[in-house]
Design a protein around this ligand. Structure first.
Ligand code: C5P
Length: 240
């Protein structure tokens, strides 16, 4: 049975390979995967993504593609060549964008005999709330918008979604596909700052809600003792 720590994806939101490597050296054997997002990808380049994957490290490439269907499908094919375990697009790019992406990546991975990465869709960012949706002209509450985008992602053949841990139950009820994954950032220990996150829970609550994987960044990466920070997040589950 997978360990609870395997469900943790640590966000390498840092500005250099050196800083990423110091996090990996400290907690690399104790978590399930590492996430490379826009900051590190832009700073370190695609070569670093491939090198991590070649070392047998599970990489979630979090570039949240959102463009016309042809561009996203082609960019996703290139990203799959890095050997990443998971990657993502924005569900709000629409059904055609997601369908064409899944089809193009599957076709190319088969042709080049590459393991097809899991492709998941971002619903509503965990830093967004109703006010943010209003600002961009979405007159729907956050939960309804998340469920709508999760259903669209499932219909479009995506492997799962990124959402707040607060919405996992709603997604599970709305999406019938049994293996549809929920990946949830917005994790904060009981005593912690929210930073820019708005829709948060603890790790324990995310697991209780049914999250398959959680993404944790600053509560671990910015701690002075990262092993201790990870340990106390894991212990919070035991004691909750
Ligand atoms: O530091 P923190 O734990 O808030 O990091 C969360 C990570 O998850 C960041 O890398 C952020 O880009 C990412 N993320 C998010 N909300 C989403 C999708 C990704 O916070 N909906």
């Amino acid at each position: 049975m997978p360990q609870r720590s395997d469900k943790i994806i640590v966000a390498l939101d840092v500005d250099s390979v050196d800083n990423a490597e110091s996090i990996i050296a400290e907690i690399g054997n104790s978590v399930g995967a590492f996430k490379i997002g826009l900051q590190l990808f832009t700073a370190a380049g695609p070569g670093y993504v491939s090198r991590l994957a070649e070392r047998g490290i599970r990489v979630f490439l979090d570039l949240k593609f959102h463009d016309i269907p042809n561009t996203v499908a082609k960019a996703a094919v290139e990203a799959s060549k890095f050997g990443v375990w998971m990657m993502n697009v924005h569900a709000s790019g629409g059904g055609e964008m997601m369908k064409r992406t899944v089809a193009a990546v599957a076709e190319n991975c088969e042709k080049e005999r590459i393991q097809k990465p899991l492709i998941i869709a971002v619903t509503v960012l965990t830093s967004s709330n109703e006010e943010t949706l209003r600002e961009i002209g979405v007159d729907q509450d956050v939960e309804k918008q998340v469920v709508k985008l999760a259903q669209l992602a499932a219909e479009s053949g995506m492997d799962g979604v990124v959402a707040s841990p607060r919405e996992v139950g709603l997604i599970r009820r709305a999406v019938v596909e049994p293996n549809f994954l929920t990946v949830t950032p917005g994790i904060r220990p009981k005593v912690a700052t929210l930073d820019d996150q708005k829709r948060v829970t603890t790790f324990g609550q995310a697991l209780a809600n049914g999250s398959d994987y959680v993404v944790i960044g600053r509560p671990i990466t910015q701690a002075t003792d990262r092993r201790a920070a990870l340990g106390s997040i894991l212990n919070e589950v035991e004691s909750s």
